[in-house]
Design a protein around this ligand. Structure first.
Ligand code: NAD
Ligand code: ZN
Length: 365
């Protein structure tokens, strides 16, 4: 199926199809301006998904130059950006060329940023290979690298020309990574689609076990939700796009406390963060306790952390709130939080009392 992201002259289509990677020659042919692509990927993707892509392109008579980067978050750096842009320039990249980002969010964010600044803007196509990238980072045009001062602080809004999602690429993804990406799937239900959360409760375990139908449905639903929100608020100015950060303020504090390391993946932190946001909302009398219980139960049932303890975090409220205050989304000394009136009913509260958050987190410890 195809989902369109409507952004005027920057609009683009997202193709979601089991086996799409093996048809990439045909599906991406319109973007092979000079009969070639420059593909950027990471080492873990070479033996499996890169091989499929190259086979498909070769069969369609499309040439590909390939740049392989080391895997991991540390690849989103100035050093790697320079290495990548130098390599792309040495391939003689022109504005008419298309750069293909084949990989997870790390490759997508870095390659998207490189495409935004190379020759003042080269065309790029996202071929996301993690669940997180398929349902979140490949859609919406946020590109970035990290700096010493924090994650994603240097970047640009730069939309891809196309996003090609093949859910079967997840067959080779480590289960822990799939689970982490699933947290962002659940997020779309919690934001504004209670029926989709019901679907997640019924089908999440099947999806995580690799059921192709469940995976494709969840990806299509998530991409549709993100495309709609991004279409309404491309640059996060109206507050609409901020809804996508549900669970991310609590989650960010947990990631900071665990050193942004493999101890707690981003999606795992978001899972715990969403459960905390619902329990905090219930504690504030905003949300029925039964809804907070359901959210917590579903997250825990999928093997994701739903509590501080399960996230491996032993810090108190003061420490965690301290981490939140370093969050780049702070506005005028107040901390905006996404809270819930119920499942599928979240809203942005810009005036949350940090003392209440601190006391809540101490009680959660
Ligand atoms: P990732 O890109 O590091 O991928 C996770 C791991 O899986 C890596 O080791 C990778 O090599 C491996 N891998 C990827 N695809 C594979 C496959 N099909 N088979 C086997 N191994 C595979 O991480 P991620 O979770 O995809 O993305 C995280 C990044 O995304 C973070 O840097 C985050 O800041 C960013 N992000 C960006 C946005 C956005 O809107 N741009 C949104 C959310 C997250
Ligand atoms: Zn996220």
């Amino acid at each position: 199926m195809t989902v369109r992201v409507s952004l005027g002259d920057r609009s683009y289509d997202i193709t979601i199809e089991n086996g799409a990677l093996d048809r990439a020659g045909e599906l991406l042919a319109p973007y092979a301006a000079r009969g070639r692509f420059i593909v950027v990927t990471d080492r873990n993707i070479v033996p499996n998904q890169l091989y499929r892509l190259e086979t498909a392109l070769t069969a369609a008579g499309i040439a590909s130059a390939v740049e392989v980067l080391p895997p991991g978050e540390s690849t989103k750096s100035w050093v790697m950006l320079e290495k990548l842009t130098d390599a792309l320039l040495s391939y003689g990249v022109e504005r008419g060329d298309t750069i293909v980002a084949l990989g997870g969010g790390v490759i997508g964010d870095l390659v998207g940023f490189a495409a935004a600044i190379l020759k003042r803007g080269c065309r790029f196509v996202q071929v996301p290979t993690t669940l997180l990238a398929q349902v979140d980072s490949s859609v919406g045009g946020k590109t970035a690298i990290n700096s010493k001062a924090g994650k994603n602080l240097i970047g640009a809004f730069y939309q891809p020309a196309h996003v090609l999602i093949d859910p079967t690429t997840l067959d080779t993804l480590p289960p822990r990574e799939t689970r982490a990406g699933y947290a962002e799937v659940v997020k779309y239900g919690l934001i504004d689609d209670a029926a989709f959360f019901d679907w997640c409760e019924a089908n999440g375990p099947k999806l995580l076990a690799g059921d192709p139908e469940a995976r494709a449905v969840a990806i299509a639903k998530s991409v549709g939700a993100k495309a709609r929100i991004v279409g309404e608020d491309e640059r996060e100015t109206s507050g609409r796009r901020a809804l996508l950060n549900l669970g991310h303020t609590f989650g960010h504090a947990l990631e900071a406390e665990t050193g942004f390391s493999d101890r707690l993946l981003h999606g795992e932190a978001v899972a715990a963060g969403m459960a905390l946001a619902f329990r905090f909302s219930a504690a504030q009398g905003l949300c029925p306790p039964e809804d907070a219980r359901r959210v917590t139960a579903h997250i825990a049932a999928t093997g994701l952390p739903a509590t501080l303890q399960a996230a491996g975090v032993d810090a108190g409220g003061a420490t965690l709130v301290g981490h939140m205050q370093h969050d780049k989304k702070m506005e005028g000394g107040r901390l905006p939080f996404l809270l819930a009136r119920g499942i599928g009913e979240t809203f942005l509260d810009k005036q949350v009392d940090l003392a209440a958050v601190e006391a809540f987190l101490d009680a959660e410890r």
